[in-house]
Design a protein around this ligand. Structure first.
Ligand code: PLP
Length: 339
């Protein structure tokens, strides 16, 4: 029985064509800047997103960290969403490794940081304060896309106050597909953008940070300091190039399947649909039934991740097809006694 893994879009397996591309990749020592496949990937994403340079790194966490280290210095501050990945889910890396202070702002429902509160959080130039240097947004955030007008306005605010402007675009291409614009239309507002190739795009490993040449030069140095200078990484970059060639347009299928899953779950008594955004479905189930639900789904070959909250996030991806959605819906319905 095929296991349907709805925990995250990070769980995808590289298919045969992707593995072939990895096998065939020309490689070199990337610390010397001599891996042709890495260089192709960096050049391609920088060009596509409208930046001077790119840097291939092992993870989205490292990509965001290097961006923060490249934008800020010790004793500087960055403004970030209270529930942003960079602030909340990256081990406090900017503070731990960069002595960069976060200034979190409570986000609106859609993930945006209210601009009046961003403006109010920018510190005066005064020895009492950390130096506010950067505004960091996330798109998509819990699957939600930020409006393009908002990206522009937030960018104007950042620029008017001399702040850098970074996007955690781990799922930038999901946002682009959902908004029906080229990814560049989202990226162009920012000074730096981090993109994950290992989420919905289906590569096994890798993120790319894009920005100005000067910013990427600084990030490259910090990557080495963080132990992220890698050697024949072209085999991984080849998987990422394959993902860019084949797996962007199909993100629309993931979004459509998430919508179908959401509509079907909404009809089941015992499930409260909280929302569906791009490739993510959020539901509430009675907290006391969580463990039993998990066990029931496991039995049916379906994996979900349960935490201590009754809210569940179900994620569609490359390895979830239409039949899998039907099977998942049937398993949920079976548990809650619907038909
Ligand atoms: C997954 C994710 C990251 C981090 O990527 P890793 O490769 O898991 O380190 C950063 N930001 C967002 C929004 C993510 O979803």
């Amino acid at each position: 029985m095929k296991v349907i893994d709805l925990r995250s879009d990070t769980v995808t397996q590289p298919g045969e064509a992707m593995r072939d591309a990895m096998y065939a990749a020309p490689v070199g020592d990337d610390v010397y800047g001599e891996d042709p496949t890495v260089n192709t990937l960096q050049r391609r994403l920088a060009d596509e997103l409208g930046f001077e340079a790119g840097l291939f790194v092992p993870s989205g966490t490292q990509s965001n960290l290097l961006a923060l280290l490249a934008h800020c210095e010790r004793g500087d501050e960055y403004i970030v969403g209270m529930d942003a990945h960079t602030y909340k889910f990256e081990g406090g890396g900017a503070a731990v490794l960069g002595s960069i202070q976060p200034q979190p702002i409570v986000q609106d429902e859609d993930g945006s940081l209210p601009l009046a509160q961003v403006a109010a959080a920018i510190k005066p130039v005064d020895p009492h304060f950390a130096r506010t240097r950067l505004l960091a947004l996330e798109n998509t955030w819990h699957g939600r896309t930020l409006p393009l007008d908002y990206l522009r306005e937030a960018g104007e605010l950042a620029r008017a106050n001399g702040l850098g402007y970074h996007l955690d675009g781990a799922r930038l291409f999901n946002a682009a597909v959902a908004c029906d614009v080229p990814a560049r239309e989202i990226a162009r507002h920012f000074d730096s953008v981090s993109v994950c190739l290992s989420k919905g795009l289906g590569a096994p490993v890798g993120s790319v940070l894009v920005g100005s040449q000067a910013l990427i030069d600084r990030a490259r140095r910090w990557r080495k300091v963080c132990g992220g200078g890698w050697r024949q990484a072209g085999m991984l970059a080849a998987a990422c190039l394959h993902a860019l060639d084949h797996n962007i347009a199909r993100l629309a299928d993931d979004h459509a399947r998430a919508a179908r899953l959401a509509a079907a779950l909404r009809a089941i008594d015992g499930i409260r649909l909280l929302g569906q955004h791009t490739n993510m479905v959020f539901i509430d189930v009675p907290a006391e039934r969580l463990r039993a639900l998990d066990a029931h789904l496991r039995e049916a070959g379906i994996r979900i991740s349960i935490g201590y909250l009754p809210t569940l996030r179900l994620v569609t991806h490359l390895d979830v097809d239409d039949d899998d959605i039907d099977r998942a819906v049937a398993a949920f319905a079976g548990f809650f006694g619907a038909h």
